[in-house]
Design a protein around this ligand. Structure first.
Ligand code: ZN
Ligand code: ZN
Ligand code: FE
Length: 738
C-alpha cells in the first residue's frame, strides 16, 4: 500500500475528484483527502496499476492545480473495499489556500456552445477546473455558503452534479445553470434596465461603435470594438487617456492575426490565469490602440460571458479596466456613469476585486508587470520563516504584502494614486487577507519616504516600524522569490526612491543580504528641478543636466525661453532642486535629447520610446559611450557629452539610443566585476521598473551570464514597484538581528 502526499495548489481546483476518477480507472482501492498540507492519498492494488496511477497524476493534473512536492511512502496494507473521497477535519483549517480565479476551461466552452446541453449559452458555466474563486470568496474554507454564490440555491440538476464524485462539477462551489444561477442584465447609460437579451443588446451597441461597461470576474471592463477607430478615440477622450496602450481581447484562433506569437506566448495566453500578454503587434488593427508602440497587450476570453460576446462580426474588443485614472478597478456600474453608453452586468456579486494581470515575455524570464487576477492570493514561499509582518508598499503600483512562517501573501494591484478609493480598497483588502490567512502583524515595514500615505499608515499603526530603503526592497523581493540567503550583488534600475541621504535614488548597485547593505556604486548625482513637474516634462531634465554638465543646451527644441530662464535661475541658486541618481530620469533625459516626448501623458512614456528606437536586434556590437567611475559614482557627464557630440554630428537617433543602452550594460558589467573582485560575489539580482525595458534586460542578462555571473530577475513578483511591499516585509520579518 502506498501513501502519497501532494503539496501545492491542490484544493478548490478539482484535485480530489480527479484522483477519484483515476483510482476508478486503474481499479485501485483507498482514499483521498485534503490535509492542511495539501492532498493525501492511500492506494492498494496491482503494482503496475499504482505506477500508472502515479504517472497519470503527475502528467494530467487539473489545469488550475500546481504540484510543488510529490512524496510517496510505503505503508502497511489496510483492508479496503473501495476508493472514496474522505472529508477531513483539516478541511476547515485556516491555512488552506484560496485558489485564484481560473479561466473558463475548454470543456465548459464546448458545453456552452452545444445546443443540446442544459447550459447552452449560459454565461456563468463553470466546473472544478474553472470559474471564479478568489473574486467570490467571503470566508475560508472555500465552500459555497462562504461565497457570493450563497444566495443561489442549487437546482436538482446542478445539485446532482455537485454531489457526484465522478462528475467534473463535484464540489465545484460556483456551479449553476440558467434555472438556478446568476443572470445577466442590460441597462442604458443612466442605469435604466432595458428588456431583451442582454448579450444581443450589448453586441448591437458594440457593433454600432458604442462604449459598454461589462461586469466580469474581478471587476468591470470598459469595452469597445477594437477595429473601430472612432470608438477608440472616443474612449480615449472619456478616460482622459491620450496615449497609454489599450489591451485587446480576442479568441485564440485570431491572436496570430494581430500579433506575433511564439510557443511560449501561446502557453501564457492559454494559462488558467489568462493574463494580458504584451506581444509584438501585427499591422492590421488601428494604430491608436497602442500609438508609437511596437507591442500590443492581448488576452483571451476568460469568462463564459466573454465567449458569448466575441463572434465573427465582433472578433476584437478593447477591454480596459473599469476605473477612473489610476484608481482601483470598480465592481459597481454606478462608478462608471458618464464613461459608458450602456452596461452589461449581472447579479453575482464581486466580493474581491482584481484587475487583469499583465506579463511581458522576455528571452530569459517572463516579466510580471501586474500580478492580480489568476495569481492572487496564492502565497510565494520564502527562504526562511518570518515573524508575522506587513509590508505596506510604496506609492505607485501599490500593493501590500503579509508574511508569516515561510509564506508571503502579496495583495492584488491596488491602484496608482493616493485617492480615497485607493485607500479604502487597500484597507478593505488588508483586513480580508489578515482574516483569511490568520496573520496578525507584529511588525510593520514601510518606505523611507516621509510623505507616502503608506509611511503615515505604518507610523499610525502602533506597531514597531521598520523603514526599508526603496531599492533595497526591490532587490530583497527578488532574493526572496529565488530563495537566496547569501550576500549578493543587488542592482536596482528604477524611477524614484527615497535614499538614505534624503536624495532621490534609482541607479543603485548594492552588496547586500537581508540584514545589511552597502551602496557600492550609483549613478552620478544630477540636479532635478521642481521634481514632479520635471517628470512630466522630461525636456526640462535634459536641459538642466546638459547645463549642469557644462555643455551648451541651446540646441534643445521643445523648451520655451521662459522655461530656460526659470531653470537657469533654479540651477544657479540651487533653488527647488533635488539631487538624483535615478536611472529612470537618465532615460528621460536621453530621450529628450533625441527630441522624443518633451511632455508625457503616462509614466515611462519617453523611456519606452527610447527603448523602441533600438529595434529588436541585440546590442552586442554597439560601441558604448565612455564608462568612468569617480569613487562610488558612475559618471554621467562624459556620457552626455558624447551623446551631444553624436547629435551635433547628425548621427542617427537609433544608433545613439542603441549606444546608450549598450553603455548601461557596460557600466553594469564593470561594476559587477569590481564587486566580484573585491568581495568574491557572483550572484547578481536585477530589479526595478526601468528593467521593464526588454532590450536592456535581455542584454544585461546575456552579458552578465557570459561573464560567469548567475543572474536573477523577478519571475513571481512584479519587476516594478508592485513588489516593494514584499521586499519590505522580508527585511522587517527577518528574525536575525539587523
Ligand atoms: Zn470548466
Ligand atoms: Zn442549476
Ligand atoms: Fe521603484
Amino acid at each position: 500500500m502506498i501513501r502519497i502526499y501532494i503539496n501545492g495548489v491542490v484544493q478548490g481546483v478539482g484535485f480530489r475528484p480527479f484522483v477519484y476518477r483515476l483510482a476508478h480507472l486503474y481499479q485501485l482501492r483507498g482514499y483521498v483527502l485534503n490535509s492542511s498540507a495539501g492532498v493525501e492519498i492511500e492506494v492498494v492494488g496491482e503494482d503496475s496499476a499504482i505506477s500508472a496511477f502515479i504517472k497519470a497524476i503527475k502528467e494530467t493534473y487539473p489545469p488550475g492545480a500546481r504540484i510543488d512536492t510529490f512524496r510517496t511512502k510505503q505503508v502497511t496494507d489496510k483492508p479496503l473495499t473501495n476508493f472514496e473521497i474522505r472529508s477531513s477535519l483539516s478541511d476547515l483549517s485556516q491555512t488552506t489556500l484560496i485558489s485564484p480565479d481560473l479561466a473558463t476551461c475548454p470543456d465548459c466552452v464546448r458545453e456552452m456552445n452545444s445546443p443540446a446541453n442544459p447550459r447552452y449559452g449560459y454565461a456563468f458555466i463553470n466546473c472544478t477546473n474553472c470559474g471564479p474563486r478568489y473574486s467570490i470568496i467571503e470566508n475560508t474554507p472555500y465552500d459555497r455558503p462562504q461565497t457570493s454564490m450563497k444566495s443561489f440555491r442549487l437546482c436538482d440538476y446542478c445539485g446532482g452534479e455537485y454531489t457526484d464524485p465522478l462528475n467534473r462539477r463535484f464540489h465545484a462551489q460556483p456551479v449553476a445553470c440558467a434555472e438556478c444561477g446568476p443572470e445577466l442584465s442590460f441597462s442604458d447609460e443612466n442605469l435604466k434596465a432595458v428588456t431583451g437579451n442582454p448579450i444581443s443588446l450589448a453586441k448591437k451597441m458594440l457593433k454600432a461603435g458604442k462604449i459598454v461597461g461589462i461586469k466580469g470576474i474581478g471587476g468591470f471592463h470598459i469595452a469597445c470594438d477594437a477595429t473601430n477607430e472612432e470608438a477608440i478615440t472616443e474612449l480615449r477622450k472619456r478616460k482622459t487617456r491620450p496615449h497609454k496602450p489599450f489591451a485587446i481581447m480576442t479568441k485564440h484562433e485570431h491572436v496570430e492575426k494581430i500579433a506575433n506569437v511564439g510557443e511560449r506566448e501561446h502557453r501564457l495566453l492559454r494559462s488558467s490565469a489568462a493574463p494580458i500578454v504584451l506581444l509584438p503587434k501585427g499591422s492590421f488593427l488601428p494604430e491608436i490602440l497602442s500609438p508609437e508602440n511596437p507591442n500590443l497587450g492581448v488576452f483571451l476570453p476568460y469568462a463564459p460571458l466573454h465567449y458569448l460576446l466575441l463572434d465573427d462580426e465582433l472578433p476584437y474588443l478593447v477591454m480596459t479596466s473599469g476605473n477612473l485614472n489610476s484608481e482601483p478597478i470598480t465592481a459597481e456600474e454606478v462608478q462608471l456613469k458618464g464613461l459608458c453608453d450602456a452596461f452589461l452586468t449581472h447579479n453575482r456579486p464581486i466580493l474581491n476585486r482584481c484587475d487583469d494581470s499583465v506579463i511581458r515575455p522576455a528571452t530569459h524570464a517572463d516579466v510580471i508587470i501586474r500580478r492580480s487576477r489568476g495569481f492572487v492570493p496564492l502565497p510565494v514561499e520564502l527562504p526562511f520563516s518570518v515573524a508575522p509582518t506587513l509590508g505596506t508598499g510604496a506609492e505607485l503600483k501599490l500593493t501590500f504584502a503579509l508574511g508569516k512562517g515561510r509564506n508571503a501573501y502579496l495583495s492584488p494591484y491596488i491602484g496608482n494614486s493616493e485617492t480615497k478609493s485607493t485607500t479604502d480598497f487597500y484597507l478593505e483588502t488588508l483586513e480580508k487577507y489578515k482574516k483569511w490567512f490568520d496573520i496578525e502583524p507584529e511588525k510593520i515595514a514601510c518606505d523611507l519616504h516621509p510623505d507616502y500615505a503608506t509611511t503615515h499608515f505604518a507610523k499610525a499603526s502602533g506597531l514597531p516600524v521598520v523603514r526599508v530603503q526603496h531599492h533595497v526592497a526591490h532587490v530583497a523581493a527578488v532574493m526572496a522569490e529565488h530563495q537566496l540567503t547569501e550576500p549578493i550583488i543587488g542592482i536596482a534600475y528604477d524611477g524614484t526612491g527615497y535614499g538614505d541621504d534624503g536624495k532621490i535614488w534609482g541607479g543603485e548597485i548594492f552588496r547586500m543580504d537581508y540584514t545589511d547593505y552597502e551602496r557600492l556604486y550609483h549613478l552620478e548625482y544630477m540636479p532635478l528641478p521642481s521634481r514632479d513637474a520635471a517628470i512630466r516634462h522630461p525636456v526640462r531634465i535634459a536641459y538642466s543636466w546638459i547645463t549642469h554638465a557644462g555643455l551648451d543646451a541651446s540646441f534643445l527644441r521643445n523648451i520655451s525661453p521662459l522655461e530656460r530662464k526659470t531653470m537657469d535661475m533654479q540651477l544657479s541658486k540651487n533653488f527647488n532642486i533635488i539631487e538624483t541618481s535615478s536611472m529612470g530620469r537618465l532615460f528621460d533625459c536621453v530621450a529628450s535629447l533625441l527630441g522624443l516626448y518633451p511632455e508625457i501623458s503616462f509614466e515611462a512614456q519617453s523611456a519606452m520610446a527610447l527603448e523602441f528606437l533600438c529595434g529588436s536586434e541585440p546590442l552586442d556590437d554597439e560601441q558604448p559611450y565612455p564608462v568612468e567611475f569617480s569613487g562610488k559614482q558612475i559618471l554621467l557627464k562624459p556620457v552626455l557629452k558624447e551623446i551631444v557630440c553624436d547629435l551635433h554630428a547628425c548621427k542617427d537617433s537609433r544608433l545613439i539610443s542603441r549606444r546608450f543602452h549598450r553603455t548601461i550594460v557596460s557600466v553594469t558589467l564593470a561594476s559587477a566585476r569590481k564587486i566580484r573582485q573585491n568581495y568574491g560575489l557572483t550572484k547578481v539580482v536585477l530589479s526595478g521598473g526601468v528593467l521593464q525595458n526588454r532590450i536592456l534586460l535581455d542584454a544585461l542578462f546575456t552579458v552578465l551570464q557570459k561573464n560567469n555571473f548567475t543572474v536573477y530577475t523577478p519571475c513571481r513578483f512584479p519587476l516594478n514597484d508592485g513588489s516593494i511591499s514584499v521586499g519590505q516585509m522580508i527585511i522587517a520579518g527577518n528574525r536575525t538581528k539587523r
